[in-house]
Design a protein around this ligand. Structure first.
Ligand code: HEC
Ligand code: HEC
Ligand code: HEC
Length: 460
């Protein structure tokens, strides 16, 4: 009996060892003669990433089997919901820029050793990310990111997913002056009571600190007002991305019935044209005269100046090691550890992609309020089921000043927003000290305007 056990043990060891040898032989590192992109593409190909991260993947035969097929389909559905790899594959093939959010997501799952999932690589031999493959992917991510930005970040932090705000971007000062005046001009509203700054106070963090904004006649909107500070960095404007540019965006509120409630831009042009002094100054800069196009162009030009550089976090990124306390630094580490920096990336810590609200838990079910059309998010624009409850990720610059939080304005404090983000987006219940540290880090994102830290008059 003892002998038999011994033999069984030896046989098992031999079997496992030879399996390991075969496994390694199958799981080969792509040839060094390939370019870094090509090597990563081979690794992703072998990893089966496309099978679970694209719209219409070719699935294996067992996807049609009753029990196993269900598991496969579930993985494919939630994989595609979390991440679409199509654009990244195309970019790598064509040698064009890979999206910074895709880069951050891939970096994170590879750092954590989460992809492909074990149940996949145990069946698909050669697909797992070995140490060597992981190194190839991470080197590629970091080098790509360094090449993507030309901002002055200290060498040690050059591959971070988050970047400092620019000190300024090129603008036409004459247009900026006009845009600034228009931004504060209530004549853009039907009854001359509401200006852009009524809802986007520049002394109140670029927001109104209301759950929903008051428009003309005290009418309430159905979605929380985001800040205009650093909106320049957003890849599209509005929670649902329905405006492609700042100028497109600026054409929205004046005609929105619950915001500024004008019938048409003609109404606004007529009022402004009657102001001889203003229209003379305007036509000196825009010889084509007052129109929707020129008015919104001037406002957009002004909004390019609403950047908030020099936050303490940016000082840190630029190399000042004393800029942050150990609590704040730990908060930044936790921000990366818990996946926050896979959606909140770049100069604005967000504003670069649409992501589902409630990726890992049922946000809308738990909220308990009736669903509104606004809750549909990007779906309102595309009618694609994948876009339901998907929102443009808000930037987190100056977030300490822009309460309440979320598109529905249901979270009064930053601590609540942080705690709930962890639950709904990353599936983690943070410890209270972790909530505190991440919040402390977010406070360091408050930047400067005209050399002074932005404050919020409403907090006094
Ligand atoms: C068998 C299906 C499957 C394969 C193969 C697979 N994934 Fe995933 N992937 C998933 C699922 C499911 C999720 C969602 C996980 C969750 O929500 O908990 C996911 C999530 C992700 C995410 C989003 C980040 C996140 O944590 O939600 C990225 C990025 C990702 N996978 C990259 C990859 C890459 C790169 C590969 C190939 C090396 C790969 N995946 C292979 C199923 C798969
Ligand atoms: C009545 C309040 C109100 C007024 C007036 C108003 N806004 Fe807004 N603003 C909002 C709300 C609410 C949203 C979010 C709407 C949405 O996403 O559907 C928003 C969104 C924006 C955004 C998009 C920011 C982002 O991150 O997506 C910008 C930029 C902006 N407004 C600028 C302006 C400008 C310029 C004006 C004047 C022409 C203006 N707003 C007038 C309430 C207002
Ligand atoms: C999968 C992408 C994703 C991840 C991961 C993620 N977020 Fe978010 N975050 C979003 C989206 C989308 C919203 C807007 C949700 C809404 O308004 O309904 C948001 C909103 C926020 C807000 C509120 C901002 C505002 O102005 O209302 C804060 C604060 C925030 N996130 C912090 C975090 C933190 C901290 C983490 C990590 C624990 C995190 N997020 C992880 C996508 C993400």
């Amino acid at each position: 009996m003892k002998k038999l056990l011994k033999w069984a043990a030896v046989a098992t060891v031999v079997l496992v060892a030879s399996l390991a040898v075969i496994y390694r032989a199958v799981n080969r590192v792509p040839s060094e003669t390939l370019s870094p992109e090509e090597r990563v593409a081979v690794i992703f190909d072998d990893g089966g990433c496309v099978s679970c991260h694209s719209e219409n993947p070719k699935l294996p035969f067992y996807a049609e089997l009753p029990v196993m097929g269900k598991v496969v389909k579930q993985d494919v559905d939630s994989g595609y919901r979390a991440f679409d790899i199509t654009a990244m594959n195309e970019a790598m093939k064509n040698g064009t820029a890979v999206h910074p959010v895709d880069l951050a997501k891939v970096e994170k799952v590879v750092l954590d050793g989460r992809m492909p999932m074990a149940k996949y690589y145990l069946v698909h031999w050669g697909s797992s990310l070995t140490r060597a493959k992981t190194d190839i992917v991470l080197d590629w991510v970091w080098n790509t990111r360094k090449a993507m930005y030309n901002d002055a970040v200290c060498e040690a932090l050059a591959a971070e997913p988050v970047r400092p705000v620019d000190f300024s971007v090129p603008v036409d000062p004459a247009k900026v002056a006009l845009g600034k005046a228009l931004f504060h001009d209530p004549r853009l509203s039907a009854d001359n009571t509401v200006s852009c700054s009524s809802c986007h106070g520049l002394n109140t963090g670029g927001v109104d600190n209301e759950q929903y904004s008051d428009g003309v006649g005290g009418q309430l909107g159905g979605v929380n007002a985001p800040t205009v500070y650093n909106a320049y960095y957003n890849f599209v404007q509005f929670w649902d991305g329905r405006a492609a540019t700042l100028a497109d965006q600026a054409a929205g509120p004046p005609l929105n019935p619950v915001e500024m409630a004008c019938e048409s831009f003609d109404e606004i042009v007529a009022k402004l044209a009657a102001d001889k002094e203003f229209s003379k100054a305007f036509c000196a800069v825009y010889p084509q005269g007052l129109s929707q196009e020129t008015i919104t162009d001037a406002i957009a030009e002004f909004e390019k100046t609403l950047l908030t550089p020099d936050s303490r976090f940016d000082l840190y990124l630029r190399g000042d090691e004393t800029a942050l306390s150990s609590t704040e630094l730990n908060g930044y580490e936790l921000f990366k550890k818990y996946d926050c920096a896979t959606c909140h990336v770049g100069k604005n810590l967000g504003g670069l992609s649409y992501e589902p609200m409630g990726l890992r838990a049922d946000y809308f079910g738990d909220r308990g309020l009736e669903l509104t059309n606004e809750d549909n998010g990007r779906y309102k624009e595309t009618s694609l089921e994948r876009d339901r409850h998907r929102f443009k990720v808000p930037g987190l610059r100056n977030v300490a000043l822009t309460w309440p939080y979320f598109h529905d304005g249901t979270r009064a404090t930053l601590e609540e927003a942080v705690r709930d983000m962890a639950v709904y987006q990353t599936g983690v219940s943070l410890k209270e000290n972790e909530v505190g540290d991440i919040t402390a880090f977010l406070y360091t994102l408050t930047g400067k305007v005209g050399g002074e830290f932005l404050t919020n008059d409403n907090s006094k």
